[in-house]
Design a protein around this ligand. Structure first.
Ligand SMILES: [Zn+2]
Length: 265
C-alpha cells in the first residue's frame, strides 16, 4: 500500500498565532516540533496499517519545517516548493492508494481558526461551484483527479467538519477549536496518539478507500482582499473580472484550476 501524507502547520494542536507559524518568528520552534510529531504519528499509523511506501510533503510556508531524521526510514520527504500546480500534493499520481492530511486548517472567510486562510493572505474568500473552498478541498479534488481518495484529515474542528460534509467516510481528528484570537486544544501528545490511531483506522476502512467522486465542471471565484490583485489575475487566459475584487474562471479538468491558482495567488 502506497500512502501520501500532506502536512501543514496551522491546524496542529495548540498553534494560535502567526508568530508561531513562520521560521523567522519567536514561537515557531515549538510548533515546528508539533508539526513533526503529528506527521511522524501519521506515518506510524500508516505503517501499522501495512503501508509499504509513504511520501510526505512538507506543505507549509518554506516547505522546510519537519525534522527529516525523525520520520520513519520508509518515508520519502518532499521539501520546498517546485512551482508545480499540484502544490501541497506534489508528485501524487494514480499509483497511490490513499491521501492523508495533517495539520490542515479552515478556509479564508470560514472562521474556526485564528490562522484560517486559503493558500495566501491575499484571498478573502474562494468559491468553487458556489461553495467556500479550503486547501483541503483543493487538494482533495486534485488527488481525486488521479482516483486517489483522501481518507484522513487532522486539523481544526472547522476543517474536520468540512471534510466530513464532503465525504462522511473520511476519518478526522480535531486538534482544536477557536474563538476570535484564542484556541482551545487537546494535549499535543493526545493529538499525536489520535492521529496515529486515526490513520491506521482510515487505511483499514474500505468505505474511506473507495474511489472518490469529482464534479464534471468547476466554476472558480477568487475574492481578493485588494481589487488590484483581482485586476492582475483577470489577465490569466480564460479568467475574467467578475467584480472589482473578484476573478472568475471555469474548467472541466480540476488540474486546470490548480494550474491557474499557481499563477494568480
Ligand atoms: Zn500553512
Amino acid at each position: 500500500m502506497k500512502v501520501y501524507i500532506s502536512a501543514d502547520i496551522e491546524g496542529v494542536a495548540g498553534i494560535t498565532h502567526w508568530d508561531e507559524a513562520f521560521k523567522e518568528k519567536e514561537g515557531y520552534a515549538e510548533f515546528r516540533e508539533q508539526m513533526t510529531v503529528e506527521t511522524v504519528a501519521a506515518c506510524e499509523g500508516a505503517l501499522a496499517a501495512g503501508a509499504t511506501e509513504i511520501t510526505v510533503k512538507d506543505a507549509h510556508g518554506s516547505g522546510r519545517n519537519i525534522f527529516p531524521e525523525r520520520l520513519p526510514e520508509q518515508v520519502r520527504l518532499i521539501r520546498g516548493w517546485s512551482g508545480h500546480p499540484l502544490s501541497m500534493v506534489q508528485d501524487i499520481d494514480a499509483g497511490y492508494d490513499a491521501l492523508a492530511m495533517v495539520g490542515y486548517h479552515s478556509a479564508a472567510s470560514a472562521g474556526n481558526n485564528p490562522l484560517a486562510h486559503t493558500i495566501t493572505g491575499k484571498v478573502a474568500k474562494m468559491l468553487i461551484n458556489g461553495e467556500v473552498t479550503s486547501e483541503f478541498l483543493l487538494h482533495r479534488n486534485a488527488a481525486a483527479g488521479f482516483g486517489v481518495p483522501t481518507v484522513f484529515l487532522s486539523g481544526d474542528k472547522g476543517i474536520c467538519d468540512t471534510a466530513k460534509a464532503t465525504n462522511p467516510h473520511i476519518h478526522t481528528v480535531a486538534t482544536k477549536t477557536s474563538d476570535g484570537h484564542s484556541t482551545t486544544s487537546i494535549h499535543p501528545a493526545k493529538a499525536a496518539k489520535k492521529i496515529r490511531d486515526g490513520v491506521t483506522a482510515a487505511l483499514g476502512d474500505a468505505a474511506a478507500l473507495e474511489k472518490p467522486g469529482l464534479a464534471e465542471r468547476f466554476e472558480l471565484e477568487i475574492w481578493y482582499k485588494e481589487n488590484t490583485d483581482a485586476y492582475r489575475a483577470s489577465h490569466y487566459p480564460g479568467a475574467r473580472l467578475g467584480a472589482p475584487h473578484c476573478v472568475a474562471y471555469e474548467a472541466s479538468d480540476f488540474f486546470e484550476i490548480m494550474r491557474m491558482l499557481q499563477f494568480v495567488l
